[in-house]
Design a protein around this ligand. Sequence first.
Ligand code: PGA
Length: 246
Amino acid sequence: MHKLIVGNWKMNGVAESLQQVGKVVDASDNQSDNVQVVICPPYTLIDRARELTQNSKISIGGQDCHSNVSGPHTGDVSAEMLADLGATFVIVGHSERRDAYGETNALIVAKARAALKSGLTPIICVGENLETRESGETLEFIAEQIRESIPEESEITSIVIAYEPVWAIGTGKSADATQINEVHTFINAEIKKRFAFEGEVRILYGGSVSPTNAKDIFTIPNVHGGLIGGASLKADSFLSICQAVR
Ligand code: PGA
């Protein structure tokens, strides 16, 4: 299974930032066939980023989508609209959206379904906050998120899961190898139990992945790549993370 590195720019980036996309594209000829690279810029840059990446190995994704195809949803963007722009991935259920907008598992599963219907690969995020981890309830919590935010009709090749412990996002303190291994192994087993998947589903780790720790994280069993926030904003750090994949 090839690895997947996804850059999540969050609410960062204006026209000038497209230079970073250009640099990633320039380096993509040397990219190992073992790794697929996706950049998820804000909506406003998707079209231009897509133009820059169209003859390269780099794919473009959205950071969220509405669960409906169209309608009276001022300010929202549908999965179909993202696909129309040439995006092929979309992040759903990021903890920042779960927290700031009260997104529930029920809403996230609807968004993931909308993504699948439009031919996009949903990157479905799960992850516990510090309180849950400290109370020893991480695995139960993740099991519930998996059960409720992944559409039952998903196929192993059509979805990606991202494990992002909330306490590790943007803090500079990634989860350690034991913690990552435990949760990724658990997710893999849970998925096999609950869904009719054959083989392994792709599970990314996210939360303070950096050029310094990327290599160690990507060698942990059941880690199939990373969801990269802060370190994806500059081509240099993003590329060194991409190159850390073997
Ligand atoms: P970070 O963000 O790499 O800046 O911790 C990861 C994410 O939120 O996807």
